[in-house]
Write a protein that binds this ligand. Structure first.
Ligand code: IMP
Length: 432
């Protein structure tokens, strides 16, 4: 049976949580492989909204195994809060449903302090991070200084790592960032106080997944953020600090790349972005406000209003290439109901030239303006449409035009926040 990877094709917030929740029905195992509590995956079941930050969205389906892979940076205190919250909602009653890679790097208190203080120091040049310590935690991982999940069960190692790391971090915090230092005993005690609640979770995730592959189980890989936030291939430096593209599903979980069979790109019917950085099709007018209001475009992790704009084909084609996208799940089509016409950005005009590929040099982008193709809008409410044939003709034409322009079939079309508000045209676990 195929394994399926879900990735965002824009700047995150494409509605991955909902699609993962739907596809989990066919999966045995759901794996997070990058990012951390900067993610906010929203799932609405019945009238209840649940926002998951670190736990795979598959946890809301009983009987599914969820894995947090080595590629995730993990904040243990907020993970336990998240566990308490979903338990209060009646989910995650079987503790064995979650396993965490022993090799996942931890977000420590100094990471959050550094993230927030650095952004403050950068002033108008800030990245607009979520303030969750993501960048500083990945820096320490790559610098080979990380405290990993498995380390918390080894007292001597843990004390040694915290004391050694704090010598350097306290110097940086106090002398460069003007912050208060952290106390090693306090950090150690806070972490060890959490240990008892975490004892059942460590796993050698790579081995676990290899066995599952051998048994023919279906694995769903749940990406976080989006392609344009990828640290190598996004709008650097206005990106997150992990690789958000499909290949990372292998690295960040310890499965071989030949186990990634179908790649589903999650694409919003328009574009949004939170935080700073380039956004060629951004609308700062009434249409942008309309999208924000209709689409509830406020960050699920930070509550920040999202910047909104037209569908950007240059961005999505960049994502199709980088991720080897097999098919696209188009989300939030219902949000566009009510517009007289809809623009699709097909390129960027830079002086005499029209660019069809996203430039690596962001200073080029600053001189560009979007080139639009205009298609008719529709007035009908889509939220109760359950079959593709029942969509208004203009909505079907919009989807067909996006398929033709991206060169990728749209396997799912989402028309509302609820599980049921989804049109499945072909199931990625069967074929795309
Ligand atoms: P960081 O990941 O907190 O370091 O933030 C870096 C950039 O990525 C900022 O622009 C954030 O707004 C953005 N970002 C991080 N996580 C998400 C997400 O889950 N959705 C959308 N944007 C995100």
């Amino acid at each position: 049976m195929p394994n399926v990877v879900i990735v965002g094709t824009q700047w995150g917030d494409e509605g991955k949580g909902k699609i993962v929740d739907i596809l989990t029905e066919q999966a045995d195992i759901v794996v997070r492989f990058q990012g951390g509590p900067n993610a906010g995956h929203t799932v609405v079941i019945g009238d209840t909204k649940t926002i998951l930050h670190q736990i795979p969205s598959g946890i809301l389906n009983s009987g599914k195994q969820c894995i947090i892979g080595n590629g995730v940076v993990l904040d243990l205190a907020t993970l336990l809060d998240e566990i308490r919250q979903i338990r209060q909602q009646g989910y995650f009653t079987d503790p064995s449903a979650l396993k965490i890679s022993e090799n996942a790097s931890l977000i420590m208190p100094w990471h959050k302090k550094i993230d927030i203080a650095r952004e403050r120091k950068k002033g108008k040049n800030k990245i607009g991070t979520t303030g969750r310590g993501i960048g500083p935690a990945y820096e320490d991982k790559v610098a080979r200084n990380a405290i990993r999940f498995g380390d918390i069960f080894n007292d001597t190692l843990l004390r040694d790592k915290i004391e050694t790391t704090l010598e350097e971090k306290n110097f940086y915090l106090t002398s460069y960032l003007g912050e208060e230092p952290l106390n090693a005993d306090a950090v150690l005690n806070a972490l060890t106080a959490l240990r008892d609640e975490l004892r059942s979770y460590p796993v050698n995730a790579s081995l676990y997944l290899a066995e599952a592959v051998g048994q023919g189980k279906n694995i769903l890989f749940e990406g976080a953020q989006g392609t344009m936030l990828d640290v190598d291939h996004g709008t650097y430096p206005f990106v997150t600090s992990s690789n958000t593209t499909a290949a990372q599903a292998a690295i960040g979980s310890g499965v071989g790349p030949r186990q990634l069979h179908t790649i589903v790109g999650i694409t919003k019917a328009y574009t949004t972005r939170v935080g700073e950085g380039p956004f060629p099709t951004e609308l700062t007018d009434a249409t942008g406000d309309f999208m924000r209001t209709q689409g509830g475009e406020f960050g699920s992790t930070t509550g920040r209003p999202r910047r909104c704009g037209w569908f950007d084909l240059v961005v999505v084609k960049h994502a199709v290439r980088l991720n080897s996208i097999s098919c696209i799940a188009l989300t939030k089509l219902d949000v566009l109901s009510g517009l007289d016409s809809i623009n699709i950005c097909t390129g960027y005009r830079c002086g005499e030239t029209i660019l069809h590929e996203f430039p690596n040099d962001l200073s080029v982008l600053e001189k560009c303006v979007p080139v639009y193709e205009t298609v008719p809008g529709w007035k009908e409410d889509l939220s109760n449409v359950s079959s593709y044939g029942d969509l208004p003709q203009a909505a079907k034409s919009y989807v067909a035009r996006l398929e033709a322009l991206t060169g990728v079939p749209m396997c799912m079309v989402s028309v509302g926040v609820k599980r049921s508000q989804n049109i499945m045209r072909s199931n990625p676990f069967d074929a795309c």
